[in-house]
Design a protein around this ligand. Structure first.
Ligand code: F6P
Length: 308
């Protein structure tokens, strides 16, 4: 997100526009935690994970009074346009705010989940996948040396993007995602079949939020049927949300940040900037938050074929 903040600030200044940073997301807007940014405010942050503006989930912004306070703080400073970087929750808030107060807003998709309609990629996804892959490669060493089965849980609240990409990049035998129902029976069959073909170790990637439970629950159910297998569970958790961004994320975030400001200048009002087929696009925020982005079934098939 830092790379995106930097791009927004630098583009605005390049175009001769004043730019303010709002700390802690919508909370900062409500509290008036807003400060004028200069070019040096975003020096040396491109390569750092997280966000210098900090982040928060805001309950008060869900109330009309909270949003009114936020609007008053923006008006006081003469702020005429908003760039909101975040995922589903951020964009839902932005849409409501625009509908009530009409302040032109461009959302930039910032979530490791890659689950927003209107952009092929979201900021943080590539870094999260690469971080997870690094861990999976290391886990594989134990799986392989000890002939074990590993269930590795990755993030993606309602979305299997991280899991599928980790499955392909990490050479997993199986991927369980919320979008496609893979049952415990399927897992048992895959493991049994693999062993019969002299596969000595297996990695199963489990996306959080799937309908079969979390990785621990799945492993426990499988163990009831295959007690002879030596199984382990690893939940990669929040390591996926941090660390230096990959080159792909830095470039994506920079492109989206610049395009967000340019969008505002060109009169965009309630849209999410995205990259589709490597081109900058603007999709109505309403659509971005209401339409689901389907996972690529071809990638699911690829996992399956590669695990032969
Ligand atoms: O929505 C992005 C996400 O990273 C999900 O993948 C994950 O479930 C969630 O955020 C974690 O949120 P928190 O840090 O609040 O636990």
């Amino acid at each position: 997100m830092n790379a995106c903040v930097r791009a927004v600030v630098r583009t605005a200044l390049y175009l001769g526009i004043d730019v303010y940073g709002i700390k802690y997301g919508y909370n900062g807007m409500i509290e008036g935690d807003i400060y004028k940014m200069k070019s040096y405010s975003v020096s040396n942050i491109l390569q750092r994970g997280g966000t210098i503006l900090k982040s928060a989930r805001s309950n008060e912004f869900r109330t009309k009074e909270g949003r009114q306070k936020a609007f008053d703080h923006l008006s006081k400073r003469g702020i005429e346009g908003l760039v909101a970087i975040g995922g589903d929750g951020t964009l839902t808030g932005a849409n409501l705010f625009y509908e009530e107060f009409g302040i032109p807003t461009v959302g930039a998709p910032g979530t490791i989940d890659n689950d927003l309609y209107g952009s092929d990629w979201t900021i943080g996804f590539d870094t999260a996948v690469n971080t997870a892959l690094d861990a999976i490669d290391k886990i594989r060493d134990t799986a392989n040396s000890h002939d074990r089965v590993f269930f590795v849980e990755v993030m993606g609240r309602n979305s299997g993007y991280i899991a599928i990409h980790c499955g392909i990049g990490g050479g997993a035998e199986m991927v369980m995602v919320p979008e496609t129902s893979v049952t415990i029976k399927d897992v048992i069959e895959t493991l049994t079949d693999g062993r019969s073909r002299h596969k000595t170790s297996h990695i199963v990637i489990v996306a959080e939020g799937g309908d079969q439970g979390n990785a621990h629950e799945i492993a426990a159910k499988v163990a009831e049927y295959l007690p002879e297998l030596d199984m382990r569970v690893t939940n990669l958790g929040h390591v996926q949300r941090g660390g230096a961004p990959t080159s792909k994320d830095r470039i994506l975030a920079s492109r989206l940040g610049m395009a967000a400001v340019e969008g505002l200048i060109n009169g965009e009002k309630n849209v999410m900037v995205g990259v589709v087929n490597d081109k900058i696009t603007y999709t109505s925020i309403k659509l971005a938050i209401s339409k689901s982005k389907p996972i690529n079934q071809e990638l699911m098939r690829l996992v399956h074929v590669m695990s032969i």
